[in-house]
Write a protein that binds this ligand. Structure first.
Ligand code: KDG
Length: 339
């Protein structure tokens, strides 16, 4: 047998031997996706991340694995957003409100009293307007997959039961790092203090701030009832969360891998909204049982608050663009009329 032929036979044999290991090697090295979030593992946010992870692993046959990291261990929303843009982390879920420094159009969702109920929110966020705002993230290095529900926000503080507008005076109120929230609570007479969520419990415990505003679910899962006496039901704004992927990472994925993530995101969205709403229905009673003093604003005072807060709307419209403002208002009207 000639030297050339012997070489070809040997190379073919070596390739045949290596092939199963190459396939196997590819199989045993799944893609590990670091998914950061800010609330506790046993929160509505943590439960939805867990379901998302199960869906991804199941639908990829184990080839894609989610390493879920909660309690802001990978950083605050803002820090994680930068890590995704830089490609140092693959995924996160966080507040749309903390994204306004990256995509100003996200501020549309901070409009006080934009939605009257969750059904309107679902219709607008999952419709063309919500998709348009989400797509704006791509030019900044993030890919939005779905909106989850953080929920309607309510006020807690340690100074007094807020029964009328004047009761806001002098309250040092922690707000998300977002100008609409800062302006809104300054307008109401509070001293608005922007802080990352990860610093909030300590700020309340050390009395650096007197109060904060969040959905019942978060007040419960983050144990704010341990450091807050008064809860006033205001429902002053509906807060979405948004599940995002690093675009640097997303662009490396095959279409099939991208579909695994988008399909799992949709399943987790539907689960998260049901789970959050079921928990919210029970949370108020649980917070009362934990010792919080709970009051509801009278319709007259709620209207005074609403009127006062709508003064920030002009600034939001200028910020996000009048076209988006009008499109969103029309989408809400359609969802409201179409029930
Ligand atoms: O990671 C925590 C964020 O989801 C945050 O947005 C929660 O509503 C929140 C807040 O008040 O910061």
């Amino acid at each position: 047998m000639s030297v050339l032929r012997r070489t070809l036979v040997a190379a073919t044999a070596a390739a045949a031997l290596a092939a199963p290991f190459a396939t196997f090697a590819q199989d045993i090295k799944p893609r590990i996706i670091r998914f950061g979030y800010g609330l506790n593992e046993d929160s509505n946010q943590g439960r939805a991340v867990k379901l998302f992870a199960q869906e991804v692993e199941k639908n990829s046959g184990g080839k894609m694995r989610i390493r879920a990291v909660g309690a802001a261990a990978l950083g605050s929303d803002v820090q994680m957003q930068q890590a995704l843009i830089g490609g140092a982390q693959e995924m996160m879920v966080g507040s749309t409100a903390t994204l306004v420094g990256i995509t100003k159009e996200m501020a549309i969702w901070d409009t006080p009293f934009l939605f009257n109920n969750a059904q309107e929110a679902d219709a607008v966020l999952d419709g063309p307007t919500g998709q348009k705002v989400m797509d704006k993230l791509q030019e900044k290095g993030l890919v939005g997959l779905v909106y989850w529900e953080n929920g309607f926000r309510n006020l807690t503080n340690n100074k007094r039961a807020v029964a009328k507008l004047e009761d806001f005076d002098g309250i040092k109120l922690r707000v998300m790092q977002n100008n609409v929230f800062i302006d809104s609570f300054k307008t109401l007479g509070a001293n608005a203090v922007p802080l990352p969520f990860s610093e909030l419990f300590t700020a309340l415990e050390t009395k650096t701030v007197d109060g904060q505003e969040n959905p019942y679910n978060t007040i419960l899962s983050s144990k704010f009832y341990e450091v807050q006496k008064f809860l006033t039901v205001t429902n002053h704004v509906y807060s979405p969360w948004i599940v995002t992927v690093s675009k640097k990472y997303w662009d490396q994925l095959s279409k099939d891998e991208q579909k695994v993530l988008t399909d799992a995101a949709k399943v987790s969205r539907d689960f998260e909204r049901k789970d959050t709403r079921a928990e919210a229905d029970k949370a108020l009673a649980e917070l009362k049982a934990k010792g919080m003093t709970i009051n509801q604003l009278s319709p007259a005072e709620a209207n005074r608050m609403r009127e006062k807060l709508t003064t920030v709307n002009a600034g939001i419209s200028t910020n996000v663009g009048e076209d988006l403002w009008k499109e969103t208002q029309a989408a809400v009207a359609k969802a409201r009329g179409g029930k």
